[in-house]
Design a protein around this ligand. Structure first.
Ligand code: GDP
Length: 395
């Protein structure tokens, strides 16, 4: 069986097992390394060719795929990652890299349950780090931390191994103060990031390595080893022993929630309809047999398929030919194609169950923020608002 066919089988099998899905976003201040990180974890997971990673291109070099004119959508990508001998589907929603697009970050946060917060080890948290973190916490999207550019601490700032660890510790403390200040209830519920537990990874996206405490235990690599490899400019040895995608994806799978774990809490924040109704229960449980509840978080133009509405399916199943209500529209819309993501490619499927990120055509009345449902008169999801409160100051 060809590589592509095998991947199609794995992705379509996983889309039916919501407990094996992680819907996540990567958020960062501009230039802290979000693009480099996304490209390299995608290449590490075998979803794009290694040659293209780092050139900020989500593409597949497979000639056959190019000839068939498949759709490349760089704003949503997915990958299959194996952790503890089990396959997981990680759906990664792109978030814009500039603070002016705060509204778009909020849209992306609607679709996901977890976020990898990327921070440059030298620059530390910046105003936009705070903005994106606040947006995540406001939407009850759980954070984990990736401290990037650790190589710069060693090779540019020339700190020693002990100083490196002190600086990393201070950065983590600062992030925790921010989390506590922004959402104390979630902080107390265990959303503190903690290196010892494994909710923090350290590394260098550019040089393709990363390490977390669980990974240190597994590989025997210590902070001193990291320091020495960087100083000796042998980061390839680190990349071989502690590949970036493994550290980051293991962390995502272990510590960010599946739709089944997340939806009750997420729905309580973004939907204020009657909690005693069957649709409330179905969204809470990510029930594929319930009425349809789909929230549109992005609209893009596809040269082949026309307008594509991408969003999060909280309840029910999407399939071709379905007649649905779109919030604010007088007439029902008819769904034409339904697809999920495989790498950067949109893959057309027959049916998509709750818990997935889905891409749909035929929703001619849909806009970003629309609620799409089979239930006449369903209370729509909360409108998408950009969090614009003042920056939290931490002493
Ligand atoms: P984004 O704006 O957050 O998407 O950041 P990019 O991924 O475009 O990275 C910004 C710059 O930082 C680029 O020049 C990258 O090559 C560089 N960069 C990214 N990761 C690292 C790293 O781990 N170490 C170093 N030294 N540079 C990095």
């Amino acid at each position: 069986m060809g590589r592509r066919k095998k991947m199609v089988e794995r992705v379509t099998a996983l889309m039916n097992e919501p407990e094996m899905i992680r819907n996540i976003g990567i958020v960062a201040h501009i230039d802290h390394g979000k693009t480099t990180l996304s490209d390299n974890i995608l290449a590490g997971a075998g979803m794009i060719s290694k040659e293209l990673a780092g050139r900020q291109l989500f593409m597949d070099s497979d000639e056959e795929e190019q000839q068939r004119g498949i759709t490349i959508d760089s704003s949503n990508v997915s990958m299959v990652h194996t952790y503890d001998e089990k396959d997981y589907l990680i759906n990664l929603i792109d978030t814009p890299g500039h603070v002016d697009f705060g509204g778009d970050v909020t849209r992306a946060m609607r679709a996901v349950d977890g976020a990898v917060v990327v921070i440059d080890a030298v620059e530390g948290t910046m105003p936009q780090t705070e903005t994106v973190l606040r947006q995540a916490l406001k939407e009850h999207v759980k954070p984990v931390l990736f401290i990037n550019k650790v190589d710069r601490l060693i090779n540019e700032l020339k700190v020693d191994s002990q100083e490196m660890q002190i600086r990393l510790g201070k950065l983590i403390d600062h992030v925790n103060k921010l989390i506590k200040g922004m959402n104390e209830e979630r902080y107390k519920a265990g959303w503190r990031v903690d290196a010892a537990e494994g909710t923090v990874a350290f590394g260098s996206a550019l040089y393709n390595w990363a390490i977390s405490v669980p990974m240190m235990q597994k590989t025997g690599i210590t902070f001193n080893d990291v320091y020495n490899y960087c100083r000796e400019e042998d980061m390839q040895a680190l990349a071989d022993q502690c590949p970036l995608h493994e550290a980051v994806n293991d962390m995502v799978i272990r510590f960010l929630p599946s739709p089944i774990q997340a939806q009750e809490d997420r729905v309580s924040v973004i939907w204020h309809g009657d909690k005693s109704t069957p649709i409330a229960k179905s969204m809470k449980d990510a029930d594929a047999k319930g009425d349809l509840a789909f929230m549109v978080t992005d609209i893009s133009m596809d040269p082949h398929a026309g307008e594509v509405a991408t969003g999060r399916l909280f309840s029910g199943s999407l399939s071709r030919g379905m007649e649905v209500y779109v919030s604010g529209a007088a007439k029902k819309n008819r769904i034409q194609q339904v697809g999920i993501f495989m790498g950067p490619e949109r893959l057309e499927v027959e049916k998509i169950p709750a818990g997935n990120i889905a891409a749909v055509t035929g929703l001619k009345d849909a806009m970003v923020g629309s609620t799409v449902t089979t239930l006449d008169g369903m209370a729509p999801f909360e409108s998408i608002k950009h969090a614009s409160e003042p920056v939290v100051t931490v002493a």
